[in-house]
Design a protein around this ligand. Structure first.
Ligand code: FNR
Length: 182
């Protein structure tokens, strides 16, 4: 009863708080949940002209997504929406419609921001985008207001037991939903 899930992180920045959050989720997830980090940065901007011979990076992304049964999206909020990096990957993955990699996937989302409402508005946008993919999106909202830089260590370790339990709970709910949807 192992679940293999994609880990998709919407920030490429060195020292990204969302990369840290992703590592924390993997660290405190139940043992049954295995993550594969899938990269989105090598895909060019979506262009229908490229559909005749899809770029290798797009083919690699789609192939990797086809091998997982669920996906965890950990992303910053950019201008009250999602980063172009993530939107571009969603767009590529949604075409052609018959091979949409998001359809019927169990998807959990979370994100961190130094701001007070840490990614809540961006997550609403992401939910709207995933609705048309017919993905099964984990209900509820999980966002992290990253008040202190050491809240999550570089390697994903969380010292504060309350924060740790919050992240572990998110991962456990994701795993439970993925199992139920089998
Ligand atoms: C941001 N940031 C931001 N934060 C937020 O809470 N709401 C927002 O709408 C935005 N908008 C935004 C746009 C752009 C272009 C950038 C670069 C940044 C701040 C953002 O949360 C902060 O830079 C995080 O540290 C980004 O996440 P990573 O890269 O640390 O994972």
């Amino acid at each position: 009863t192992e679940i293999t899930a994609a880990m998709l992180v919407g920030s490429l920045r060195t020292g990204s708080i969302n990369q840290r959050l992703a590592r924390a989720i993997a660290r405190y997830a139940p043992d049954t949940l295995r993550f594969r980090w899938i990269e989105m940065q090598d895909m060019p901007f979506y262009n229908g002209d490229l559909e005749v011979d899809r770029p290798a990076a797009v083919r690699a992304f789609v192939a990797a997504m086809q091998e997982v049964e669920a996906a965890c999206i950990v992303t910053p909020e950019y201008n009250r929406s999602i980063p172009a990096l993530l939107k571009n990957a969603i767009d590529w993955g949604s075409k052609p419609a018959a091979e949409n990699v998001w359809r019927d996937r169990v998807i959990a989302m979370t994100g961190a921001s130094p701001g007070g409402i840490g990614t809540a508005v961006g997550q609403q946008h992401l939910r709207q985008i995933l609705a048309i993919q017919s993905a099964t999106v984990l209900p509820g909202e999980t966002y992290i207001s990253f008040k202190t830089p050491d809240m999550i260590a570089e390697d994903g370790e969380i010292a504060d037991p309350e924060v740790r339990a919050f992240i572990a709970g998110f991962a456990a709910r994701f795993a439970a939903l993925a199992l139920r949807m089998r």
